[in-house]
Structure formats: C-alpha cells, structure tokens
Design a protein around this ligand. Sequence first.
Ligand SMILES: *Cc1c(COP(=O)(O)O)cnc(C)c1O
Length: 379
Amino acid sequence: MTRKTQRDNPNFFETPQHVAQVNLPAWEKLETSIRGIFQRDYYTNHGPLVRELDERFAELLNVEHAICVVNGTLALALLAGGLEKPGEVIVPAFTFPATVQALLWAGLRPVFCDVDSSTHKITADTVAPLITKNTVAVMGVTLWGEGCDTENLERLCNNHGLSLIFDSCHSVGCWHNDRRIGGFGDGEAFSFHATKIMNAGEGGCITTNDPDLAKRIKTMRSFHGSETFAQVSLRFNAKMSEAQAALALLSLTDLENNIANNKLRYEAYSKGLQGIPGINMHQYKNINNYQYIVVMVDAGGFGMSRDKLLGTLKKQNILCRRHFHPGVHRIDPFTAKDISLPVTDRLCREIMQLPNGQSMNIQDVEKICATIREIYKNG
Ligand SMILES: *Cc1c(COP(=O)(O)O)cnc(C)c1O
C-alpha cells in the first residue's frame, strides 16, 4: 500500500503512536525547580533534592530505605553486588537484557530459569530445580508491575539460605496483594527511565528494609570517602544528580494522576479488544500502574502471527513492541545453546505491547482496537 492509500484509511494515525510514552511534568514547575538548583549552586553529590527523593520514595513504598542512583541498571548492579555473595543467581531469561547485564557487572553468574505461562514470571517451581551449592541468590522480575510468586519464593529462599532480590523496574506504584512492591525479599530495584511511569529522564532506586544492605549500597553509590557507611569490596559513581531528582520529584507528585489516566486507557483497551479471536490481553488483578498493555497473539486463533500483526499495525503508524524478543538466553554474551526454556520461547514469539501514555486519548485507544479487529476480519 502507498502512503496515500494509508492516509485514506480512517484509522491511520498522522503521528506515530508509541509504547510507553513520556509522562512530562508541567514545564513551569520544572523551570522553578531547576532555577532553585542554580540559586543553591548545588548540582550533585547528595544534594537536597536527591535527599528529598530518597525520603519521599521510601515513604511512598512504605520501606525503610530508598537509595536513588543514576539509572535502573546500576540500581540492579548495586543491589546484586551489595549482597557481597559471589556465585550464581537464578534469573528469568524473559526480561530486559539489563537485568542480566547488571548481574555480570556485579560479578555474579546468571543461571536462566523459565517462567509461568500465565503470569510470565518465575515461580518457586521454576526456580527450585536449578538450585545448586553454587547458588547464592534468586532475582525475580516483577514484570508489568506484578509481583512474582513472592510468598513461595521467600519460603524457598529462606529454606536454602539464598538472598531474594527483584528487578522492579516496571513496578513504581504497583501492589502485590495487600503490600506495595518495593518491600519484598532482601531488596528491589526501580527505574525512572523516560519510558517508565515515574520518569527522571534517566534514574533508578534501590529499596530495602535491611539496614546493613542499605549501608553497603549507600557506600557503593559513591566513591567519596565521606559517604562511607560500611565495608564494601568495590565502589562506583552512581550518584543521582539534582536535575534528575528535580524531574523525579515532579513525576512522583504526578504519579497518581498519571496512573489514573493509564487506567482509563487500559480499561478502554480491555473493552475494545474483547472477543477478538486469538487476542488475549493480560489483565491486572492487583493495583497496577497500567503502564503496560500486554497482549498475547495466538497465531492459530487470530489467523496471523504476532510479528505479521506488528508489521501491519506499523503501516498505520501504530508502533507496538515485542518485549521481550529474543529472550536474554539468546542474546550475546548470554547465548546458551544447551538450555530449554519452552515457556520463555513461546512468550517471546507471542507477546507484544500496545501504545499507552500521556499523548493518547480514549478515542485513540478505540481506533487501535478497531484496527486490530479489522485486521482480523480481513485475515
Ligand atoms: C527499564 C528496565 C531496566 C533498565 O532500567 P534503566 O533505568 O533503563 O537502566 C531493567 N529491567 C527492566 C525490567 C526494565 O524494564
């Protein structure tokens, strides 16, 4: 089809519709905040805005310690490294590569484990067979803002003397049953990347209720002698700047509002996609930030593969993503040929995310759903 005939289609979008659009604060508020940084002449090294963010984020998540850093990947590396236990970490391959890259930077060896086909997350059952004498920790990923099989994993790790940590980069503002994500296991790591619900351009945070782990991570966050709270083997520069904290604090203030708007779009997607054969939208049972509109495409039922649907939507300027494809076990330097992760491989083939965020209204969501319905009808 030519561009002209695309434009004749009433469902064509003039501007591209992206997955995980940037939630921006009001410009005037950011201007005021940045002016404050200039007036104080204090740009980094644990400034007042970073300290305020550490406090407010801990309060939001109801945890003892929140330690903000430059990005989510370093949050993961400091969390894993802060355990100070060399060895193997059991981790899903159905995740963003940074989860596993962070383990390598922390000097740990990843051991890939499969996930549950309905939750897309690790469970005590997928982890247990992989535990050996070399295992020191389990790292779950709270994908789509949902807890893993948390209670069973905590029991399993306690029984084997393993640490339990979580990549919760998707999960700001989310709950697991009656508790906020952030206080589970030994610690959790969050991302404030521009594509996440709470955004500082780049940014991240480690949360924990373990005072000793907090001291080690606070020490590792900075190469400064004056910021030494514990004995650690390796330090880094992961300090968040005041400009990042300014954005993060405004984003934190807007969080509930951004979540409420996401929820409206999520509900419109649920309604709009209902009954389309082969299209299964992942439904959230706990309080979520509704940042991720996750759809499973069953090629048999829909009459077209996920990749073919993705390409067809792209022509309409609807830019979906296939997080995650391929699985991390199929990416260098992690490529593992002698490993079978059948559920992960299927999810990598069938899952995609639909556009969501600040620049979309309900009509846009309805238009996307109508387009998918039409694609089904036209085979
Ligand atoms: C975004 C993300 C990361 C990396 O966070 P950055 O802040 O971009 O470094 C890690 N893991 C998951 C699951 C993510 O979604």
